[in-house]
Design a protein around this ligand. Structure first.
Ligand code: ZN
Length: 448
């Protein structure tokens, strides 16, 4: 049974974002967690939480947006570099491979080193040690970051092959996210030639859900008894958090809670990877409000993980972005105002607002007012009306208002912070390379 406010937000169906409700809930739940007991043995469970594209300035802007410390802030441990084997600026495939397997590879490659050798991931090593495993994401579940933990492909774009490996070859017990089309054959509108991986999964003992209600109906899945869980809640990626409450998709926190409930039945422990996938996509469009609201959804998922770890005492939670996206700053080229809190009332992405504009963009002021509560100046209206790309222009105006600067429509090479909670979390103290992270985790778990 989900504990969260989503049900209420769903049943009212009145709000686009459900912001008000969730804020109240988050405030109520704000606690300073402490590890329950001092466990000195090997870490039994690992929850590896990856906010894709989340750098130090995302963390700073999010504190301003929230008006207080984020759940992870007091668990800051260190920073690390993110470059790939062939580029200063990594993509999510090379970054994921580094964070999952501890080796540098070329951009685009998943689960192979630069010489083409298959590399073992921390999820696979956990499976070999008799633990259960899970993948949760708000992108397609076959996207680069989750794929890096449980598949091996020469290029990340081969998502049908990644799906095949998940079901036919990997030992992953819980798979929750988007991307149903990559599991279905073309005869059913999917992208597989012939395979129906959802049928195959069910034959292998997976319970299958495609809506939030079905996920809840399935109830407790017990991996200790060999039960497994596949939830694919959209044909492609899941919705941005803004739009999710109007869909039948579960929240990232609900998927995380469900995965922990199932995996924690395993007496030998578990490894779970959870990705807040769309913080990166917001950065690529320099959409500050989208970035902040998806960070909030990710924070609620982290809260679930930390609450479990706090109770359990043998669980290590790591929060680590795979790279920074957007070259974000606190303060922009023209504004020294740090005002991310004004984005709290935004209820749509810049892309959605741009789609609501009429042909001559004469309704800019009304549209932006409706979805942000912000009253644009004459100059701001003109800027958006005359821009080549209305979406990017709206995002730029709102970022300026929030005192948030951007330098790129892509990833940057900025080092990123790592936060950790639970036994042996101090092993992350210091300055590292992204390839060090799975090695530190393996050492804490006493895996080979
Ligand atoms: Zn990424």
């Amino acid at each position: 049974m989900f504990k969260k406010v989503g049900l209420i937000a769903l049943s009212t169906g009145l709000v686009l974002s459900g912001v008000g409700l969730s804020n109240a809930d988050a405030a109520k739940k704000d606690v300073t967690p402490k590890v329950k007991q001092n466990w000195n043995g090997p870490v039994e469970n690992v929850i590896y939480m990856i906010p894709d594209g989340f750098g130090a300035n995302h963390a700073a802007n999010y504190r301003i947006f929230k008006g207080e410390e984020a759940v992870w802030d007091s668990h800051i441990k260190g920073m690390y570099t993110t470059y790939s084997a062939n580029a200063d600026i990594t993509d999510s495939a090379a970054a994921g491979t580094a964070m999952a397997a501890g080796v540098k590879t070329n951009n685009g490659v998943i689960g192979f080193d630069t010489a083409g050798n298959e590399v073992k991931t921390i999820l696979e090593a956990s499976e070999e040690a008799g633990k259960s495993s899970g993948l949760v994401a708000t992108s397609t579940i076959t996207h680069a970051t989750p794929a890096s933990f449980a598949s091996h492909v020469e290029h990340r774009s081969n998502e049908t092959e990644i799906a095949r490996q998940y079901i036919q070859e990997s030992g992953v017990d819980v798979i929750l996210g988007g991307g149903k089309n990559y599991f279905l054959p073309s005869s059913e509108g999917g992208k597989q030639t012939e395979l129906n991986l959802i049928d195959e999964a069910q034959e292998k003992g997976f319970e299958f859900a495609e809506t939030r209600a079905q996920l809840e109906e399935i109830g407790n899945v017990n991996v200790e008894k060999g039960e497994k869980l596949l939830g694919l809640f959209a044909d492609d990626a899941l919705a941005p958090e803004f739009d999710r409450v109007e869909t039948e998709e579960p929240s990232l926190a609900e998927m995380t809670e469900t995965a922990i409930d199932a995996l924690s039945q395993d007496k030998d422990g578990f490894f779970l990877m959870v990705e807040g996938s769309q913080i990166d996509w917001a950065g690529e469009e320099n959409d500050a409000a989208y970035a902040m609201h998806d960070t909030k959804a990710f924070e609620e998922a982290v809260q679930e993980a930390i609450e479990f770890a706090q109770q359990d005492g043998k669980t290590l939670v790591i929060i680590a972005g795979d790279h920074e996206t957007g070259g974000m700053s606190v303060g922009s080229a023209t504004s020294s105002n740090a005002a991310a809190e004004i984005l709290k009332n935004v209820t749509a992405t810049g892309g959605f607002m741009a789609e609501q504009l009429n042909e001559d963009r004469l309704n800019v002021k009304e549209v932006v007012q409706q979805y942000t509560g912000i009253d644009l100046t004459v100059d701001e209206v003109k800027t958006i009306q005359q821009a080549e790309n209305a979406k990017l222009a709206i995002n730029k105006v709102l970022s300026e208002r929030a005192g948030i600067g951007w330098t790129r429509y892509g990833h940057s090479a900025a080092p990123v912070p790592v936060f950790a909670f639970g036994p042996q979390s101090d092993k992350f103290v210091g300055f590292h390379d992204n390839t060090d992270l799975p090695k530190i985790i393996a050492d804490a778990m006493k895996l080979k």
